[in-house]
Ligand binder design. Structure first.
Ligand code: HMG
Ligand code: MG
Length: 298
């Protein structure tokens, strides 16, 4: 058992890179994950076994997954949209996967070409096989605080989809503000509504920082008792099928916030910032982390 107060799920290698237009070398993706593994992070979402036609950047998922150095005590979930993705993930050696759907029908159609119900039906055999194979499954619900196509998303829809994923056997449900539109009181109210149906210990929050609200939202949710927070080193990321979605909250900034609150994450902030700086140099732009920018300011 870890003595950390908050577990950070680092999604940079997957959510962070999936929206990058220029194809990144496989070796660089492997180096990113290996560097992240050395920072003390305990969960690193490594890649995505979605259709390479839909997300060409992660077409090398199998090569990446085969080559990373998997550390004891670190889990490396991978995204899978269906049984084909599950087969590919298992063939590559994955022992944890993540399925994903949304609280908004319009977004789900754009993102995975399926209705919410169809997506959940696709997950049934994935969860059944994962149970038999001893593979842990995380579940994502996207657009929990708003949808780029539908606008408002009723909290009742978030609760319904999250509860169904949990009932299917997902050990943890990550609540995603895909377009970073939420504000703290709304985020906390949504979390509490879901927590009325699913234990808070089985919930995670996943904020994008499009409107600059991500850290405030995380604080509100941590104060409400959530103990798992998704983030991407250097603030990279966004969903190619969510109009206007920009980067995830930067892991460096989340660690700074949490340590400032006296909460333990097990992550070494200096090693994390070094990795963030290395990644932003690779991508040829400034870091999306204010902490990393401050640390390396002249
Ligand atoms: P489709 O075109 O409806 O799929 O796409 P299909 O089942 O009709 O299959 C079409 C072809 O794709 C077939 O090949 C399949 O074999 C192949 P063909 O016969 O044409 O040669 N195929 C696959 N190939 C490789 N891996 C697979 C796979 N599945 C089918 N897994 C599908 C449906 C779900 C596949 C597609 O829409 C897809 O891959 N979408 C993924 C989009 C995506 O990755 N979005 C970003 C991730 S979600 C996100 O970022 C949000 C999150 O961060 C949380 C938040 O912020 O809210 C998680
Ligand atoms: Mg995301």
């Amino acid at each position: 058992m870890s003595s950390d107060d908050i577990r950070i799920v680092e999604v940079g290698p997957r959510d962070g890179l999936q929206n990058e237009k220029t194809i990144i070398a496989t070796a660089a993706k492997i180096e990113l994950i290996d560097r992240l593994s050395a920072t003390g992070l305990r969960s690193i979402e490594a890649t995505s076994f979605v259709s390479p036609k839909w997300v060409p950047q992660l077409a090398d998922a199998a090569e990446v997954f085969a080559a990373i150095q998997r550390r004891e005590g670190v889990s490396y979930p991978v995204l899978v949209p269906n049984e084909t993705g599950y087969d590919r993930a298992r063939a590559a050696g994955a022992s944890e996967v993540a399925v994903f759907t949304a609280a908004s029908e319009a977004f789900n159609q754009k993102n995975i070409n399926a209705s919410i119900d169809e997506s959940l039906e696709r997950f049934v055999p994935v969860l059944q096989r994962a149970g038999a194979d001893g593979v842990r499954v995380r579940g994502y619900v996207s657009t929990v605080l708003g949808c780029p196509y539908q606008g408002e998303v009723p909290v009742a829809d978030v609760v319904r989809v999250a509860a169904r994923l949990h009932a299917l056997g997902c050990y943890e449900i990550s609540l995603g503000d895909t377009i970073g539109i939420g504000t703290p009181h709304k985020a906390r109210a949504m979390l509490k509504a879901v927590a009325a149906e699913i234990p808070l210990s089985a919930l995670a929050v996943h904020f994008h920082d499009t409107y600059g609200q991500a850290l405030a939202n995380i604080l509100a949710c941590v104060e409400a008792g959530v103990s798992v927070v998704d983030a991407a080193v250097s603030g990279t990321g966004g969903c190619p099928y969510a109009r206007g979605a920009s980067g995830n909250v930067a892991t460096e900034d989340v660690v700074y916030l949490l340590h400032g609150l006296g909460l333990r994450t097990g992550v070494d902030p200096a090693l994390l910032s070094d990795t963030g700086r290395w990644l932003s140099a690779l991508l040829g732009r400034d870091s999306g982390s204010k902490v990393t920018r401050a640390r390396f300011a002249a």
